[in-house]
Design a protein around this ligand. Structure first.
Ligand code: AMP
Ligand code: MG
Length: 403
């Protein structure tokens, strides 16, 4: 019997993978490339918002005193329309007492005017306007700086940039933002049995799927990927394939070839080269490897599709999110009642696929690490702790919400 070392705990292995991947540098990127990335420096507004007093309504800019009696017992007020101010008009023409300017939403309120009468309260006149309502000072005027004062910090470093934050950055006149750039992952699938879609399967062959799943998982969190599929179980071919890519990426993620059988290409290629192969006390996904090959962080995942997916979820996803500056790197957790009995091996933390709705979780499929369709039909993982071997129907379990 070979001497089998004690498996490392899920939490310790997660910390180990987390320490492997360095933070990506802060670099300016155009706003359309910043979605989901983390802001690398405070954003100070170079202009106020609004940048000038402007009209909140289509209507007429007036002096409130000139329309004070309108609509009351004195009847409507008539004013000559001296100017027409569409949105985008950039010259400044003051409003003279006893006149009105026709004005559109977003157009600058002329100096001298202190209120807007909305068009619905007038006859819409072009040369002469009949005004049927009074307007207190400030009515329908959007004041300079009401939203943002020039020089104010509007977004803090560390903010995750979603659509509202990017809209705000554009509104204060920015075309780019300093962000932690996307992590660059090289994804490599090994296995001589793997073929590409479109090719008819011969006996013993399967379609390669791990690289597609893993690349999508990296992209879902904002990373970038280079994918090398169909690497045969051949050490020289493996090294030939990665040569030339080592300097371009932040992390190499492989799948397959790390367990205890013969032809374990990843293990054979990287053992003694800075990558440690070990067992993690987890099901599925026990055989793992990680380390640094020629200075490149490497995480080698087992080949079974659900093992590869779960290993990414548990170890790489938090590591890559942290490298991109995220502070929220964990999936939301909740407690739910299991709708079925579950069995789990002792001394290993089991992650079962499940579908949670409200406070009930239905296990989807069995524990097998090849059951990809069950994984695709699930929306959560059920976490069964190391010291629990049976979950009875109705027991409370911890659930990691995946979507
Ligand atoms: P391995 O870890 O290489 O022993 O592979 C374990 C199982 O996962 C085998 O049944 C493989 O055929 C399968 N497998 C490995 N890599 C992939 C892949 N990229 N896509 C689909 N299945 C795979
Ligand atoms: Mg293999």
């Amino acid at each position: 019997m070979p001497d089998v070392p004690k498996p490392i705990s899920v939490d310790d292995y997660r910390a180990r993978v987390g320490a492997l991947v360095a933070a990506t540098p802060v670099t300016p990127l155009p706003l359309d490339q910043c979605v989901g990335l983390v802001l690398g420096a405070d954003l100070v507004a170079p202009v106020s918002l609004p940048p000038f007093d402007n009209s909140a309504m289509d209507g007429y800019a007036v002096r409130s005193v000139d329309v004070a009696g309108a609509g009351g017992t004195g009847g409507p007020v008539e004013l000559p329309v001296a100017e027409d101010i569409p949105a985008g008009r950039t010259d400044v023409v003051p409003l003279l007492p006893g006149t009105a300017h026709r004005i559109m939403t977003g157009a600058p309120v002329p100096p001298g005017a202190d209120a807007i009468v909305k068009v619905e309260d007038t006859d819409g006149g072009v040369e002469l306007v009949t005004i049927r309502a009074s307007a207190a000072p400030g009515t329908h005027v959007r004041r300079t700086g009401e939203d943002v004062t020039e020089g104010a910090t509007v977004l803090r470093a560390g903010t995750v940039l979603g659509s509202p934050q990017l809209g705000l950055a554009a509104a204060v006149g920015r075309a780019e933002l300093p962000v932690r750039r996307p992590v660059r992952a090289l994804i490599l699938s090994t296995g001589s049995e793997l073929v590409e879609p479109g090719v008819p399967l011969r006996p013993g062959q399967i379609y390669e799927s791990n690289s597609v799943l893993l690349a999508a998982a990296v992209r879902e969190i904002g990373g970038e990927t280079t994918v090398l599929r169909f690497v045969p179980d051949d050490v020289r071919a493996f090294h030939r394939t990665i040569a030339g890519h080592v300097d371009d990426v932040d992390v190499l993620i492989t799948s397959g070839g790390v367990s205890a059988g013969a032809y374990e290409v990843v293990k054979d290629a990287l053992s003694g080269q800075g990558v440690d192969f070990l067992r993690v006390a987890v099901q599925p996904g026990g055989p793992q490897g990680s380390g640094s090959f020629q200075g490149l962080p490497v995480v080698t995942l087992p080949g079974n599709p659900v093992s590869a997916a779960l290993s990414f979820e548990l170890f790489l996803r938090p590591a890559l999110l942290a490298a991109m500056g995220h502070t929220v790197i964990d999936r939301p957790r909740l407690k739910a009642r299991s709708a079925a009995e579950l069995r789990s091996p002792s001394a290993r933390r089991q992650y079962r696929r499940g579908y949670v709705e409200g406070d009930v979780v239905n296990p989807v499929g069995g524990p097998g690490s090849h059951l990809l369709a069950a994984f695709a039909a699930s929306n959560c993982l059920i976490e069964v702790p190391e010291d629990v071997e049976v979950i009875a129907e109705g027991d409370l379990v911890t659930v990691l919400v995946l979507d």
